[in-house]
Design a protein around this ligand. Structure first.
Ligand code: ZN
Length: 167
């Protein structure tokens, strides 16, 4: 009969919904059907999930940032600022396959990309594996070659025609 003794001093409380009753013979919360606790112990019975730093959800977000966000940032960086790894290559690229004065169609054949119009003026940025090229064309001929090596693999094909009026 310890229920009588203890219960007289301590009303019963549901740890889930805070339902309180003085009825000593009610063992389960009528609202959520969970076992009732003595009110003095309510504080220790809380089962509220606290946000954890290394929860499954946070780890998934961190993984997404690492495996999607970082490569995206790297790729966009290469697209927007490819010059950081490029340096002038002189009359020909390191393989000797692309030379100043070469027609754009021939260059695109070497690079295995679709060729812009025959009289193309502008820039072609090309990257495969860790190798990167930036070629400048005027009237369909190579006028400048820049080459660089990256510490990671890229696949970049960017054809930028020169805007009319600027030369
Ligand atoms: Zn309840």
């Amino acid at each position: 009969m310890r229920n009588l003794l203890g219960g007289a001093l301590m009303p019963r409380v549901c740890g889930n919904c805070k339902y309180v009753t003085e009825d000593l013979f009610v063992n389960d919360c009528p609202l959520c059907l969970r076992p009732l606790a003595l009110s003095s112990r309510v504080g220790t019975l809380g089962e509220e999930p606290r946000p954890r730093l290394f929860s499954r959800r946070n780890l998934l977000i961190a993984a997404a940032v690492l495996f999607i966000g970082v490569p995206l940032a790297v790729i966009s960086f290469i697209f927007t600022a490819p010059t950081y790894c490029l340096s002038p290559a002189g009359e020909a690229d390191s393989l000797g396959t692309i030379r100043v004065g070469m027609p754009v169609r021939e260059v695109c054949k070497v690079l295995d990309i679709e060729s812009p119009p025959r009289a193309f003026s502008g820039m072609i940025t090309w990257g495969r594996g860790g190798r990167m090229l930036r070629l400048r064309f005027i009237d369909g001929k190579v006028v400048a070659i820049e080459e660089g090596n990256l510490p990671f693999t890229v696949t970049v094909t960017k054809v930028q025609p020169q805007t009319a009026g600027r030369k």
